[in-house]
Write a protein of this length. Structure first.
Length: 172
């Protein structure tokens, strides 16, 4: 999953909110990427324990609730053995993730990187998606179900993201 530097836990990159996404420079895309992860680690997953839960849910396997909950619990327990070091390492890797050729591909807003929208709309969409997915995942492994996993693996339905959709080029 996704990971802090940049704009702080508010999720704002410092790039002008009214700037058109198609005109972003590489450095601005990197700033947006880092701000998205800042928001994630400042608001959605704020502790090593929360990171282990997020990772366990992301990597849980199985088709039934019982299988998903069991694999989630095993992955969570494994992560918790060295939770703080794992959390710190993964947070520290964000600048590297966000320096690639297309930093927005490393974020929840990747599908909107070619849309004719503004930075402010894009950043709000990312924050709203983290909030929605965080609420879905705000349960222990014993309550993480196939339905919750399916909800996490589909479009968030965030109103701010839905507003961007009409500005996007058609899929090819």
């Amino acid at each position: 999953m996704l990971l802090a530097c940049g704009g702080g836990s508010g999720g704002s990159s410092g790039v002008a909110a009214d700037k058109a996404v198609p005109t972003l420079t590489q450095a601005e895309k990197s700033s947006i990427c880092e701000a998205q992860y800042d928001y994630f680690f400042g608001n959605t997953v704020t502790s090593a324990e929360g990171w282990c839960l997020w990772q366990a849910q992301s990597n849980a396997t199985g088709t039934t609730d019982a299988e998903i909950q069991s694999t989630c619990a095993v992955k969570y327990d494994t992560c918790m053995i060295d939770a703080q070091a794992t959390f710190d390492r993964d947070k520290a890797s964000v600048p590297t993730l966000c320096e690639g050729t297309e930093p927005l591909n490393q974020t929840l807003v990747s599908r909107y990187r070619s849309c004719n929208t503004t930075v402010g709309q894009l950043e709000q969409c990312g924050r709203d998606q983290f909030d929605i997915y965080g609420a879905i995942r705000d349960v222990p492994c014993s309550q993480y179900t196939a339905a919750r996993r399916a909800a996490v693996n589909t479009d968030s339905g965030a109103d701010s993201c839905e507003a961007i959709d009409p500005t996007c080029p058609p899929p090819t």
